[in-house]
Structures are given as structure tokens and as C-alpha cells.
Write a protein that binds this ligand. Structure first.
Ligand SMILES: [Mg+2]
Length: 309
């Protein structure tokens, strides 16, 4: 038998016992394969772990697909399946996307507002994030629209507008206290990724570099290799090597199609309030309001979360 843990996290204030019972019944009923519930564990008033045992032949992905219908019918609860092993909690590397993940905004759209090309840039961003457009091409197209923009005080003004996603500072602090390395890999721009890295005290950052001409204007091009999905995936593996952590204990968190390759490479992947296509393809989705809820996915209880901070 294989052991999995199914974490149920309510979007609202509480996860009532009736909902937990209903979910438990549905887990048993919806799977045609042999599945049994071994125990449950309350993590908080909003989150509960349901431990299950399934036939050896059922993979985590199969189990996820079988439970998909049930997951979709509970729009106010996120249901996450993890392998019940030592890597679930012992994460040693967390890699985050930046735009719409660590921060609420898409930086390129903030820059675009200055160039009055907001609408055009937003349209391309949407298509790229929904995996309908190759990321590299979409970045080139969007950066081209910024050509001629004087950077002067632009960077500082935009930095002031960046808003860190709820729960991120607490999550980072908790993970650091558990000796977990933290990185931001962004398809956005290095000036802002390194700013966010410093704000949150992260260990590493990588992003694209906007080219600026002698007059201090954006040339409409980037310098160096573009940080796309492949690059994020390769960098995650490199970080595992550099920090000497097993890939199984790494986790990728992001919202875009360009985060999916790294989610597949990492030990685990979390689609954070992501586009529908990304939610479907990712190992799990989390659509709550606070990113600190990731600690429930790792199996921490409120007692552990609040006592350690
Ligand atoms: Mg993003």
C-alpha cells in the first residue's frame, strides 16, 4: 500500500466537521481503486489532514486525477494530495515566482502604465500566463512596447508600489527558522526581484535585465538569457546542488504557465491563485488569501506555526 495525505484547507474562517466528513466520504466513493482512510488530523480550525492508504499501483497523479471531480465541486475548500513521507515537511528549498505570487502585481504592467501601453502589455501577459503564448516571445513583445521609456526615478517609484502578498513574510520567516533556503526566480526584472529578495531576506534571486541606453532610456530589449520556464526549472536543480539538498525536498510556488516546468522538476509544486490551466496542470492548487496556508500543506498545525514565531 502507498500512503498519501489529503490536506483540506477552507477558504473561509472554518472547515466544519460536516464538510470534513463529506470530503472523507467522497474520497472513498469517488475512487474506483482501493482506498482507505487511516486517520485524520486537525491542523487548525480551517485545515485538516486526511491520511489514506491506496493500492501500490495508484500513483499520486492518478489519485489526484481521480479526486479531481470532487476537488472541483468544493470551490471553497482546497484539497491537496501529498505523498506521506519524510519529504512532505522537511522542505529545504522553496523557490517562488515573483509577480502575482510573492507580490500582488505584475511589475511589467506597472512599468507599462508609465509608457501608456498598459492595455497592450496586459493582454500579452494574460495570454502568456494562461500558457497560450510562448513566454520568451511574450516577454520580447512586452519589453519592446517599453522602448524609449526614461528610467530616471521610474524604478524607485515602482518599488514603492509593490505590495507583498499576505502571509508571505510570516511564511518566509517560519521556513528560514526550519533551515529552508528561499529563492525568487522571476520572468520579470532583476531590479525588482532583488528588491523583494532584500525585503523578505531571501537567499537567492534571478530575473531578467532590462537594457538601458546611454541616455537612460529603455531600449526595448533585455540583456542576457531570458528567465523562462526552462530556466526556472534548471535553476531550481542548480540551487538543489549548490545548497546540497535533495530535489525531493524542494518546492516551487507560482501562478503562471512559466512556473509549471519547475513545479514538475521540484519535489512538490503549488499553483498559487493561478490561472485555470495552470491550476489543472500543477501538482496542487492553493486559492486562499494567505500564503502562510502553505504551512498546512506541509502538515504544520497552528500550535506549531504560532509557537515557533
Ligand atoms: Mg507570476
Amino acid at each position: 500500500m502507498s500512503r498519501f495525505v489529503i490536506t483540506c484547507i477552507a477558504h473561509g474562517e472554518s472547515l466544519p466537521q460536516e464538510t470534513i466528513d463529506q470530503l472523507a466520504n467522497e474520497i472513498i466513493e469517488c475512487s474506483k481503486k482501493e482506498i482507505s482512510i487511516s486517520s485524520t488530523k486537525k491542523l487548525s480550525t480551517r485545515a485538516t489532514d486526511i491520511y489514506v492508504e491506496v493500492a501500490e499501483s495508484v500513483s499520486q497523479n492518478n489519485l489526484k486525477n481521480e479526486l479531481m471531480g470532487m476537488i472541483e465541486s468544493h470551490s471553497d475548500v482546497d484539497v491537496i494530495i501529498s505523498a506521506d513521507n519524510e519529504y512532505r515537511q522537511a522542505k529545504k528549498l522553496f523557490v517562488f515566482d515573483m509577480d502575482s505570487t510573492l507580490i500582488y502585481q505584475e511589475v511589467i504592467e506597472l512599468i507599462a502604465a508609465y509608457a501608456s501601453v498598459e492595455k497592450q502589455v496586459h493582454e500579452i501577459t494574460e495570454r502568456a500566463m494562461n500558457n497560450e503564448l510562448d513566454f520568451k516571445e511574450s516577454l520580447r513583445e512586452r519589453v519592446k512596447l517599453l522602448q524609449g521609456l526614461q528610467i530616471d526615478t521610474l524604478y524607485d517609484e515602482i518599488k514603492q508600489k509593490l505590495e507583498i502578498t499576505k502571509g508571505v513574510p510570516e511564511l518566509c520567516k517560519f521556513l528560514h527558522a526550519k533551515n529552508c533556503k528561499l529563492a525568487v526566480l522571476s520572468g520579470g526584472f532583476i531590479q525588482f526581484a532583488s528588491f523583494i529578495k532584500n525585503q523578505l531576506g531571501l537567499d537567492f534571486c534571478k530575473a531578467n535585465l532590462l537594457e538601458v541606453d546611454a541616455e537612460g532610456k529603455l531600449t526595448g530589449k533585455t540583456l542576457g538569457p531570458i528567465v523562462d520556464g526552462e530556466c526556472k526549472s534548471e535553476t531550481l536543480l542548480q540551487l538543489c546542488k549548490d545548497y546540497k539538498v535533495p530535489v525531493e525536498s524542494s518546492c516551487m510556488v507560482g501562478d503562471g504557465g512559466n512556473d509549471l516546468p519547475a513545479m514538475a522538476t521540484a519535489g512538490f509544486g503549488i499553483a498559487w491563485n493561478a490561472k485555470p490551466k495552470v491550476q489543472k496542470a500543477a501538482p496542487c492548487k492553493l486559492n486562499t488569501k494567505s500564503m502562510k496556508d502553505i504551512l498546512y500543506i506541509l502538515g504544520y498545525t497552528d500550535d506549531e506555526i504560532y509557537n515557533k514565531q
